[in-house]
Design a binder for this molecule. Structure first.
Ligand code: BF8
Length: 629
């Protein structure tokens, strides 16, 4: 089959040729994917879509009638639509902030074990960053070993989670004006766990019933994610695994190899994927693979853990969120190894139709149909080897007739940590500031987030990016947007040809792509650090910068937390799918208008990427005018 022969239904699902090819194959073979399940779900619950269904106590479930005349206007307890929507929304923030922050906690745990000499194969790779972080925490570094410093740092960071009174240290990286604003509003977070727990408390039946007060707590918890849990995950990952620097690799399902053992690493925490990458290079494992007739072991990534090893080792990435099932349907995957977050439970049953083994590893995340090999950092390398061995031994069960790997694999240049960007600029931010002031670069677009089958796969991401760079907006990206950009060829210096004249000139002078890969979703903290540095250099707040954010295909609770901390940091953000808030006039007005007067930024919702780009560009131009540049 070729694209010309695909049905309209298939063509409406993705713009990625590899995804289309596998979707057509799935249909031909009768395998169900997330797109089919969404179709079967339609029409989706209107109450849920508007956010006006409450299940917080067993007098309910209650649902508010959105229509003027008929139906209940309050729940059994008397909660209005505004209260219910606000409670539901901040519970989403709690879920997202918890996921990111627990990831950060796990990395802190790994650093602690490594410092104590109990990490089963980990080492401290970036000593300079270790010392810089120690200095931020006021930890003595002179004359001390890196393990001694790391032990103190791990303990100090651990304490951020359970603190009863703030501040969380990394929040002090924000411009002074921003911190002062947070303090004035009472949203400067205390401990990370405390803010999440307080959301669960306040949303219990009969506690906080003021929609604005509820949203303020959502803001506080989201800041403890972006400038707390997520930033901890990023910074300590750099200490342990190295701070990313530019590196070339390839992206899309074509990175799977017909004659090698294919291992797909899917999930989020680099503690596992780093060790799998190392274990797959073990001569014993390679010899074993050859004994089973494979030419080698091919480790590839998927989603954010894929971004982590892509950025640090150039490990190819097989795809973003909606491609996880498609990877299995290639019939060429010996093992899909997962830890936490964004892993579809559908993978178990689907893997069962192939020889593929779904291997779960986290005590926090078990899946139907999975083989569970529990991962513990103390024995990391040995367990990783066992997992790799399981994958290699599975190669002999591959059914050649089932194998179908698309050709697509696009070259990309990734690894733009803040440190790498500053290095590319010659050691200071000045050339970037000059380019912004001169107008060669009109502004910065932070485009991030998931895939969602409600939006044609990658369409929202790629069209928005193309439109922004055409208008001289330099892009920083993470997560599944970054993977979409890599697959679309936008992460090559040559992609500067598609940019406007100003941005093109800057990219060509520096040898960088117009779309910069800054990592996984916790690495949106890198974007915050970059924004703070630029704002400080200009002597303004983040909300004054010619910058705008977007999450064109978002779907997860993590994305709700991200969006909230991004606007709470002062960056206007356009969402491509509608959040479940439209049932509340108060919450909708607050998030799309009122927040401007409070935190200096708002959300807009715009599914059309061309219109979304226009909103972002207009915002950037307004900010330029206000700055007089
Ligand atoms: O944390 S972008 S689908 S993979 S939630 Fe998930 Fe969304 Fe992808 Fe990474 Ni982020």
């Amino acid at each position: 089959m070729t694209e010309e022969t695909y049905s309209e239904k298939i063509m409406s699902r993705s713009i990625d040729p590899a995804a289309l090819e596998m979707l057509a194959r799935a249909e031909e073979l009768g395998f169900e994917t997330a797109w089919d399940r969404l179709e079967a779900m339609l029409p989706q619950c209107g109450f849920g879509e508007l956010g006006i269904c409450c299940r917080n106590c067993n007098m309910g479930p209650c649902r508010i009638s959105p229509f003027e005349e008929e139906g209940p206007k309050v729940g059994v307890c008397g909660a209005t639509a505004d209260i219910i929507v606000a409670r539901n929304l901040i519970r989403m923030i709690a879920g997202g902030a918890a996921a990111h922050s627990d990831h950060g906690r796990d990395i802190a745990h790994t650093l602690l074990l490594t410092a104590e000499g109990k990490g089963g194969g980990y080492e401290i790779k970036d000593e300079a960053k270790l010392k810089a972080l120690a200095a931020e925490y006021g930890i003595e570094t002179e004359g001390r070993s890196k393990e001694e410093i790391a032990l103190d740092l791990a303990r100090a960071v651990y304490a951020e989670f359970g603190k009863q009174e703030g501040p969380i240290q990394f929040t002090r990286r924000a411009p002074e004006k921003r911190v002062a604003l947070w303090q004035k509003l009472g949203v400067d977070p205390r401990g990370i766990d405390r803010e999440i727990v307080e959301i669960m408390h306040r949303t219990h039946i009969g506690v906080d019933n003021d929609p604005v007060n509820l949203i303020l707590q959502g803001i506080r918890a989201s800041i403890s994610d972006g400038w707390g849990g997520s930033m901890i995950a990023t910074e300590l990952s750099d200490v342990l695994f190295g701070t990313p620097t530019p590196i070339r690799s390839r992206a899309n399902l074509g990175v799977l190899k017909a004659d090698e053992v294919n291992i797909v690493m899917h999930g989020h925490e680099p503690t596992l994927s780093e060790m799998i990458v190392a274990a797959a290079q073990d001569p014993e494992m390679i010899a074993l693979a050859e004994r089973y007739g494979a030419k080698g072991i091919n480790v590839v990534g998927m989603c954010c853990t894929g971004n982590e090893v892509l950025m640090r080792h150039g490990i190819p990435i097989a795809g973003n969120f909606l491609q996880q099932e498609l990877a299995v349907i290639t019939g060429a995957v010996e093992a899909i190894i997962v830890d936490v977050q964004c892993i579809m439970p559908a993978l178990g049953a689907l893997s069962g139709c192939f020889h593929t083994k779904l291997i779960s590893t986290s005590p926090k995340a078990k899946f139907p149909g999975a083989t569970h090999i529990e991962f513990h950092e103390e024995h990391a390398y040995d367990i990783a080897k066992e997992i790799v061995r399981t994958a290699v031994e599975n190669y002999r069960f591959r059914k050649p007739g089932q194998v179908h790997i698309p050709d697509e694999k696009t070259e990309c240049m990734v690894g733009f940590s803040v440190e790498a960007i500053v290095a590319a600029l010659g050691g200071t931010l000045d050339p970037l500031l000059e380019a912004i002031k001169s107008g060669a670069i009109r502004g910065i677009g932070a485009v991030v987030g998931c895939n969602n089958p409600k939006i044609q796969h990658d369409y929202g991401h790629v069209r928005l990016l193309e439109e922004l760079i055409k208008n001289d907006v330099l892009i920083v990206t993470t997560g599944c947007n970054a993977i979409a950009a890599a697959k679309a060829g936008l992460m090559l210096p040559e992609a500067a040809e598609q940019a406007g004249e100003g941005l093109k000139g800057v990219c060509q002078a520096l040898g960088i792509p117009p779309v910069l890969h800054m990592g996984s979703c916790v690495d949106i903290s890198r974007i915050l650090v970059a924004c703070a540095a630029i704002a400080n250099a200009l002597g303004v707040d983040i909300s004054d910068l010619p910058a705008a954010g977007a999450a064109p295909e978002w779907m997860s609770e993590k994305a709700v937390s991200i969006g909230t901390y991004v606007i709470s940091s002062g960056v206007f953000t356009v969402l491509g799918t509608v959040p479940p808030v439209l049932g509340s006039p108060v919450v909708t007005e607050l998030l799309t208008q009122g927040a401007n007067d409070v935190i200096g930024a708002v959300f807009a919702v715009e599914p059309d990427p061309f219109k979304a780009a226009k909103l972002m560009i207009d915002h950037i131009e307004e900010k330029r005018a206000a700055l007089g540049i």
